[in-house]
Design a protein around this ligand. Structure first.
Ligand code: T4K
Length: 405
């Protein structure tokens, strides 16, 4: 019988899709759309003021609101998270040598090093947090190492204490790519308060969004002054340029969107918490599908809902399940497969070898991020889990044997 990519018999797949397919595509995420009238009201003010960019009043208001909401003192808005990362490195004068980083992330993390002429040194990840494994960092430190660039992947906090200890011993800077960690708290304080600098992304796919956007959080007035001039072409005042800056500014239309979105954020987090609990309850009995436990002492904001598929126990591979879901109109995502260390611009680095990254390699082949966003509704979550459970019923040893390695 013909097999589809999923490994399920075509007949079984067609039957499952006919019975179970969701009427509308369900994506891994959808933005929380704010009240349109409220947004238009703010736009009217922009029209009257004719002030569109460069630290306008809405930009200033959003910065203040976010500082208070996130519990941080020094926050600068950016046009996106990637430029915030570039500026973070430049603000710390990191533009040569090596930086230790994770391969289990979105390309922007490693690319920010490349653009600042820094060689990434990839370190393996911890199997519980999915973030840099602190026990494997020190062996990668060389005379050229300048910093550690860690990611709180899916908003799961890194082992920030261990990373801080290593950085202090070796005199390294620590930058956190906190693109996924909006609102996450660890040990009763914002996760953004750890390290020298953290950056956030406010892309359309993020829990809090300004369509494109981001922010940089740092620990002192002096550093924030430097950051603010670097994101404004390096201009300090009308006659002084302090360095080779860039244009990283957020505009008034983005800030207006952010301000109306702020009204929804508490409800969105609460909805996601309920959905995450429901997923956990419904998936817990499925053999071979592991829902990672929450990190202790962490208030999560459920930016993503990753699960791990152990093909041997589940009966089909992650890739096969991905296809089954897609056939049923559910667009889960393999965040983050393949590892960024496998991209052609990095694969020749010695630290990119699989033997250096066995845990990251395994997790990237097992992980699947299921749809999660406030408006998805508990009924859709139930239907997704039913598709997964039913798919497992069709799994056969032959399918696994046929699966591509
Ligand atoms: N560091 C990390 C760890 C990151 O994850 C990211 C970005 C960055 C740094 C850089 O931050 P930014 O410079 O982007 O601020 C998406 C995002 O483009 C990217 O921002 C994000 N990480 C990454 C994890 O996800 P794609 O290629 O998966 O996005 P896309 O277009 O396939 O969208 C995914 C789903 O979201 C769609 O299937 C439907 C939904 N969607 C998407 C958009 C754009 C919507 O419903 N509406 C939309 O407008 O990368």
């Amino acid at each position: 019988m013909a097999e589809l990519d999923s490994g399920m018999a075509a007949k079984d797949m067609a039957d499952l899709a006919r019975r179970r397919s969701l009427p509308q595509p369900v994506y891994v995420t959808r933005p929380t759309m704010p009240d349109l009238k409220g947004y238009v009201h703010l736009l009217e003010g922009i029209w009257e003021r004719k002030w569109l960019a460069n630290q306008g009043p809405l930009h200033e208001e959003l910065e203040a609101r976010l500082r208070s909401f996130l519990g941080v003192e020094h926050l600068s808005l950016f046009c996106n998270g990637t430029i915030a990362l570039l500026v973070a490195l430049e603000a710390l004068r990191l533009n040569t040598g090596e930086v230790i980083t994770t391969p289990f992330t979105f390309p922007a993390t490693a690319h920010s090093l490349y653009w600042n002429r820094i060689r990434p040194v990839f370190c393996d990840i911890d199997p519980i947090t999915f973030n840099l494994d602190p026990t494997k960092i020190e062996r990668l430190i060389s005379a050229d190492t300048r910093a550690i660039l860690a990611v709180h992947v899916y908003g799961r906090p890194c082992d920030v204490e261990a990373i801080e200890r290593i950085a202090n011993v070796h005199g390294l800077h620590v930058i956190y790519d906190a693109a996924h960690a909006f609102g996450v708290r660890y040990k009763d304080k914002s996760i953004l308060n750890y390290g020298d600098i953290s950056i956030l992304s406010f892309h359309a796919t993020k829990l809090f969004t300004t369509a494109e956007g981001g922010a940089l959080v740092c620990g002192s007035n002096d550093r924030q002054r430097r950051v603010n001039s670097l994101k404004n072409f390096g201009i300090a005042d009308e006659e002084t340029v302090i360095g080779p800056g860039i244009n990283g500014k957020m505009n008034e239309l983005q800030a207006a969107f952010g301000l109306v979105q702020m009204e929804l954020i508490d409800q969105e987090i609460s909805n996601r918490r309920d959905l995450a609990l429901l997923y956990r309850e419904l998936l817990t009995e499925i053999p071979g599908l592991d829902v990672p436990a929450d990190i202790p002492e962490t208030e999560s904001t459920y930016a993503y809902f990753p699960v791990l598929i152990d093909a041997g126990r589940f009966g089909m591979t992650r890739d096969q399940l991905f296809v089954v879901l897609r056939e049923c109109n559910v667009f889960a995502r393999k965040y983050f497969y393949p590892l960024i260390s496998n991209a052609s611009c990095y694969s020749a680095l010695p630290s990119s070898s699989v033997s250096n990254l066995p845990v990251a390699d395994r997790i990237s082949k097992q992980v699947l991020c299921l749809p999660i966003y406030g408006s998805i509704g508990s009924q859709t979550v139930r239907l997704i889990t039913e598709i997964i459970a039913e798919a497992q019923e069709f799994a056969t040893p032959a399918m696994l044997a046929d699966a591509k390695p």
